[in-house]
Design a protein around this ligand. Structure first.
Ligand code: SF4
Length: 414
């Protein structure tokens, strides 16, 4: 029998182990969902981010982000929780996670829960445990805050159905960019099984939207599904990574692919690199991902077969423009929306504003400078009534910082 303080110490110990174990998963964000509170319940989701959970690189991730347990029967080599790891283990009961979530929520520490787990027994049993937490929060405690549940690949469709009914977002981790990578480092995980679970979720999201459009009461993971891909654990190139992302966005209709730079772990397998990839790599992948989703770029345009990794020095749009100097400068008074989106330094909002303003008059330098665009880049790639970059050929030397002034990305934890 525990004394109260003994019980609390146990809980705190578990929390420190299981929150730490969850920090490697970047596949959560609380945006994109609305859930109104009720008078007799607590909480609501208003689409705003929340915080108090931190990824290893210092990014603030806004949920109580924990594993139900870090015991796991699988042996994914890049994971500190693999069965062969000697990491300290812990397991929460369903009631403990429910209590922690409600206590933290009431104290305003968090606005939502991200719950994942190592695989205990099998996919179905693990999924049932995760669902039991969400069910208790929603049905016994009238909790209307945000819930993101990790879906275990291979779980029964009936369980996926229930998880989606209770959660705001579901995610199934693709883990590594290619089949070969998985075979090499995570032999228990099968790409077809992972994708099958994504397909199940995707179909139910569509059905639920169709039912809602017909006025039926339907709700299934309204914030969509996301995934996480670990970058830098294998030599797979950015070109292959972006191919996989494109597949996930188009075929699986995922809302977000999160890229997580591989973090070296103690006693790691010799096949794994001893150092994390440069932090700029993850950043460039997010920039490229953004260009694919919002700027009309095709993944294959952002790298070349000869140079299959994104440029560390220049952002992917500038690097693309420097490879295609014959397409510039573009006349901002005549170029199409698609063309304007390709000008380095111009964002989607800039382009929308330009298109509005040019309905009324020819765009001049003063109009461009009024927009908050990155003029140091844009000036070389566009023409306006009273601006022409001249005959000088645009080359990397225009944008490269002086060698001794080049910024160095430092770790937050140095
Ligand atoms: S399934 Fe693989 S990645 Fe997930 S906790 Fe287990 S060992 Fe880690």
């Amino acid at each position: 029998m525990f004394t109260l303080s003994g019980f609390m110490m146990q809980l705190i110990r578990k929390l420190s182990i299981l929150a730490d174990a969850a920090k490697y998963d970047a596949s959560c964000a609380s945006s994109g969902s609305k859930r109104a509170g009720t008078r007799d319940g607590i909480g609501n989701v208003n689409g705003m981010g929340i915080c108090h959970s931190y990824a290893p690189d210092g990014r603030c991730i806004s949920l109580l982000k924990i594993l139900l347990t870090n015991y796991c029967i699988y042996d994914c080599q890049y994971c500190v929780n693999r069965v062969t790891s000697d990491t300290p283990r812990a397991r929460f009961s369903v009631d403990e996670v429910v209590k922690l979530t409600l206590d933290f929520y009431r104290r305003n520490y968090i606005e939502g829960l991200f719950l994942s787990s190592g695989i205990i027994q099998d996919a179905n049993y693990t999924m049932e445990q995760l669902i039991a937490v969400a069910r208790s929060l929603r049905e016994e405690h009238q909790y209307h805050g945000y819930i993101h549940l990790k879906t275990i690949p291979g779980a029964d469709p009936r369980l996926i159905d229930e998880a989606g009914r209770l959660a705001d977002r579901l995610s199934v981790n693709i883990e590594l960019p290619t089949d070969d990578d998985l075979r090499e480092l995570a032999p228990d995980k099968k790409r077809p099984q992972i994708e099958q679970s994504m397909t199940e979720i995707g179909l139910r999201i569509i059905e639920s939207k169709e039912d809602s459009a017909k006025g039926m009461k339907a709700r299934f993971a309204p914030a969509g599904q996301s995934t996480q891909m670990i970058v830098g654990a294998t030599p797979t190139t950015d070109r292959a990574i972006l191919d996989t992302s494109t597949h996930l966005y188009t075929r699986q209709r995922l809302k977000r692919v999160y890229y997580s730079a591989f973090s070296p772990i103690p006693h790691a397998d010799a096949r794994l690199p001893s150092a994390a990839p440069p932090m700029v790599r993850e950043h460039r992948l997010y920039q490229a991902d953004w260009l694919i989703r919002f700027y009309g770029f095709n993944a294959r345009e952002l790298t070349t077969p000869e140079v299959p990794n994104l440029d560390g020095q220049f952002d992917p749009k500038l690097a693309w423009a420097l490879r295609h100097p014959h397409l510039f400068p573009l006349d901002v008074n005549r170029a199409s929306r698609e063309e304007l989106l390709r000008i380095p330094g111009l964002g989607v909002r800039n382009v929308n504003r330009l298109l509005q303003v040019r309905k009324h008059h020819q765009l001049r330098l003063a109009d461009l400078k009024r927009l908050r665009l990155a003029w140091n880049k844009a000036q070389w790639f566009l023409v306006a009534v009273d601006h022409h970059p001249g005959i000088r050929e645009v080359g990397p030397e225009l944008f490269a910082p002086e060698p001794d002034a080049r910024p160095v990305q430092r770790s937050l934890f140095d």
